[in-house]
Design a protein around this ligand. Structure first.
Ligand code: HXC
Length: 257
């Protein structure tokens, strides 16, 4: 498959996707989002891929949705074209996605990073929801995922003022996992991916699903859900392998069975 606005490659069990619209700071037009979702779904279906790394490259993550594309849109057009259909598919990806963020992650760019499961940020990363300055509000999770990640007071400030936060602040409020020098971002993100890729794939997938479940259910239902997934993993060979390896004092060799 030939893509125009992303680049797709693999390194062992890690699938790598790079946003690639360098002239417009990786502005997310509908074509890019559509390609991104296709690439993510292809990795998700590929049993030899265990974790996905999403990067914008070494200058910028993404400066938001493509403003040129949206400028003349009407409410009806956006609504009837099901503007967010691809974004909705994005949250159905089952394998973990680690975002490597250098520079701006603004608007839809911040929302895309937050739709990933973990974020490794460069020291120069800036996270923000500047939609308010365009007379709109975030539309791809900026009022929801951000609030759950950083709490009401901080989310209100970011969304209502449009002012971005630094990588250090993002670390402090729990939006990102690590802050590292620009030149190490991809390496660190890759290390995280490799660590996850060495685990039992079914356990990884259900662990992601269970953590995400906690965002949209009650604690009682979430605990019940977790228990069912816990039971389910005892039907895998990797559970036997993991426990046998511990008893035999050796490293487990997980095979995704
Ligand atoms: C389209 C964009 C763009 C965007 C930058 N460009 N961001 N084009 N959509 N979101 C283009 C510029 O027009 C310019 O093109 C080129 O990229 C370089 O950008 P500059 O502005 O010259 O760079 P700089 O001075 O370094 O400023 C960087 C910046 C600024 C602070 C990130 O570009 C900026 O404020 N961008 C918009 C950020 C934003 O408002 N994002 C939210 C979008 S709304 P030319 O042709 O002039 O070289 C949104 C809603 C999400 O995301 C809804 C869900 C999908």
């Amino acid at each position: 498959m030939e893509y125009q606005s992303i680049q797709m490659s693999r390194e062992g069990a890690i699938g790598r996707i790079q946003l690639y619209r360098p002239k417009v700071l990786n502005a997310l037009n509908t074509g890019l989002i559509s390609e991104l979702v296709q690439a993510l779904e292809a990795f998700d279906r590929d049993s030899t891929i265990r974790c996905i790394l999403l990067t914008g490259g070494n200058r910028v993550f993404a400066a938001g949705a493509d403003i040129g594309e949206m400028a003349t849109a009407t409410s009806a057009e956006l609504m009837l074209s099901n503007q967010f259909a691809d974004w909705d598919r994005l949250r159905r990806i089952k394998k973990p996605i680690v975002a490597a963020v250098v520079g701006y992650a603004l608007g839809g760019g911040c929302e895309l990073a937050m739709a990933c499961d973990m974020i490794v940020a460069a020291e120069n990363a800036r996270f923000g929801q500047p939609e308010i300055d365009l007379g709109i509000i975030p539309g791809a999770g900026g009022t929801q995922r951000l609030t759950r990640a950083v709490g009401k007071a901080r989310a209100m400030e970011i969304v209502l003022t449009g002012s971005p936060i630094t990588a250090q602040e993002a670390l402090h409020v729990g939006l990102v996992n690590r802050v590292v020098p620009v030149e190490n971002v991809e390496l660190e993100a890759m290390k995280l991916c490799q660590q996850i890729a060495s685990k039992a794939p079914a356990a990884v997938q259900l662990a992601k699903e269970s953590v995400l479940k906690s965002f949209d259910t009650t604690i009682a239902d979430g605990l019940d859900y977790e228990q069912k997934l816990f039971y389910l993993l005892f039907s895998t060979e990797d559970q036997k392998e993991g426990m046998n390896a511990f008893v035999e004092k050796r490293k487990p060799h997980f095979q995704g069975k």
